[in-house]
Write a protein of this length. Structure first.
Length: 54
């Protein structure tokens, strides 16, 4: 596998509905499903869940 296939760039979109996104990489072998991380959303001013967007 090439570098881009194994660790693709993914966008994490806020579940609070603000449209705020984070950009990160993920390892497809360890996390084949959609990622969910709890991160800070500055538009809301608190930590919320961010889900991977395809």
């Amino acid at each position: 596998m090439t570098r881009n296939e194994l660790r693709p760039v993914v966008k994490l979109r806020s579940t609070a509905g603000t449209g705020f996104t984070y950009v990160t990489r993920k390892n497809r072998r360890n996390d084949p499903d959609r990622m969910t991380l709890r991160k800070y959303d500055p538009a809301v001013g608190r930590h919320v869940d961010f889900r991977e967007e395809r």
